[in-house]
Design a protein around this ligand. Structure first.
Ligand code: URA
Length: 323
């Protein structure tokens, strides 16, 4: 939020509150900040995590650097921490996904003590799904080869796309992210989520979840850029989406995070608004799906980061307990 003469005190307070809550949730325990300066240049502001380490908790949320306030230590954890439930206790009653052995993410990359999020599961779709299927009979490479580098299955091939943008990441990932279609940067570089929104997604994955981006699987429902960044049209998605679903059948992630209304409505075959879908797990052929806001939307409305972080924490907690 840029501070102008017309910025109301109410807006400022709401903005600061939102940012403090977000930092708290990222594990920041207090802020040590420098003197107020007239201009909003970078100031000396340290962000300290709960274990005392200094550093930027969140590079995309740099309010603390841009809006320095007078020399003061601001405790962010004013409330005593609530007792944490035993790991897995809230989730013990959930049906198993019958996943292949071993959960690498959180054992490997995150400390064990985390707040457990509330988990709600909404079921939709057929009962038999990807996890009940026998071993995959194809590979990601075979799927890519079938798509080809000059796919002309839909009209996007003739509407200015420069290349087919395939999914990337770990072909054995527990976690998958699905967007709607490549934008200009992705079209140029040939990789999903590499523009500004992609950088924010990378921060969510690496700083929020503590997982290297290369260890998740990231794809789009459509692999070609729609002109003018419009949403893909149904005739364009209907021919492209099956390739993504075949990839899901190969990767067999435990959770798919689907980003934004267009992708979520397409994947889950619903017209429900994203604001109603997010915040709870849905079932897609036996895979848990968490719809959340698209990172591009977060760039326009950073206040929504809090809701995304809530969704991501639910995903994190689920992955931790689903062995
Ligand atoms: N938005 C998407 O939905 N996908 C991308 O790959 C980039 C931006």
């Amino acid at each position: 939020m840029s501070v102008t003469k017309n910025t109301s005190m109410g807006e400022l307070i709401a903005d600061v509150r939102e940012r403090v809550l977000f930092l708290q949730e990222m594990g920041v325990s207090y802020l040590a900040v420098g003197l107020l300066e007239a201009k909003t240049d970078i100031a000396k502001t340290d962000v300290c995590t709960a274990n005392g380490e200094k550093g930027m908790a969140d590079s995309h949320n740099d309010a603390a650097r841009r809006y320095p306030i007078p020399e003061i230590n601001i405790p962010l954890n004013s409330k005593p921490a609530e007792p944490r439930p035993a790991p897995g206790s809230r989730l013990a009653s959930l049906p198993s996904l019958g996943k292949r052995k071993g959960s690498k993410f959180f054992d490997e990359y995150n400390p064990p003590e985390v707040e457990s999020g509330e988990l709600r599961v909404e079921r939709s779709g057929p009962e038999t799904g990807f996890h009940e299927m026998s071993e995959p009979t194809e590979t990601i490479e075979q799927i890519r080869a079938e798509i080809g580098t000059d796919c002309t299955r839909c009209k996007l091939s003739a509407l200015g796309r420069s290349q087919v943008v395939n999914s990337v990441g770990n072909f054995n990932a527990d976690l998958m992210f699905v967007g709607e279609a490549p934008g200009a940067d992705e079209d140029r570089l040939g990789e999903p989520f590499v523009g500004r929104a992609g950088q924010l997604l990378t921060d969510i994955i690496e700083k929020g979840l503590g997982i290297p981006r290369k260890d998740v699987f990231i794809g789009n429902i459509n692999r070609c850029r729609p002109p003018g960044n419009r949403a893909p049209e149904p005739d364009e998605s209907v021919v492209c989406k099956p390739f993504l679903l075949r990839e899901v059948a190969v990767v067999r992630p435990k959770v798919i995070v689907v980003l934004g209304a267009t992708a979520a409505q397409n994947l889950l075959e619903t017209k429900t608004p994203i604001s109603k879908m997010r915040g709870k797990f849905h079932d897609y052929l036996g895979v848990k799906v968490m719809p959340t806001f698209h990172p591009a939307y977060l760039l326009r409305d950073p206040h929504k980061k809090r809701e995304v972080w809530e969704d991501i924490k639910m995903v994190r907690d689920y992955l931790r307990t689903a062995a």
